[in-house]
Design a protein around this ligand. Sequence first.
Ligand code: HEC
Length: 134
Amino acid sequence: MKRVLIIVCMTAFIGTGLVGISSADEFTKKDLEKWNKEFMSVVKEGEKLFHSALGSNKVSCDMCHPNASNTHPETYPKFQKQIGKVVALRDMINWCIQNPLEGKPLKLDDPKMIALEAYITYERRGKPLEPGKH
Ligand code: HEC
């Protein structure tokens, strides 16, 4: 009896797994184009923000990080000595907004934060992930 139950459970488990895999794979070329277009529009928004004065002075990110240089998104999360703990990329974006730009930090789920992150990581695309690296 026990063995039958196990087999029934396993069949159900494997069955659901297969359905899950096959339905997760269903997207068309048109879907991909649409998703990529949406992604690139967020990257463009981030690029605009990166060149704007987001704080209280006239300073913008690109002045110190042209083309998102020296932002090292591939090294996050990592220990940052300015903050004194392991942080995410967005925490350092906020650190720069608060310090060099003398502004107010963005909410971590603010669309502007997502856009800045999208732009920075897109600019450094292709780099191998090296979390924790200095
Ligand atoms: C006045 C120059 C200056 C400006 C302007 C500036 N930053 Fe920075 N940024 C720095 C310095 C200095 C650091 C710290 C470098 C370090 O950690 O080694 C830094 C670090 C960073 C890091 C982490 C880099 C790493 O290697 O881990 C990110 C991400 C970042 N800045 C993003 C931004 C963004 C986004 C903006 C605009 C909102 C911005 N910065 C504006 C100087 C600047």
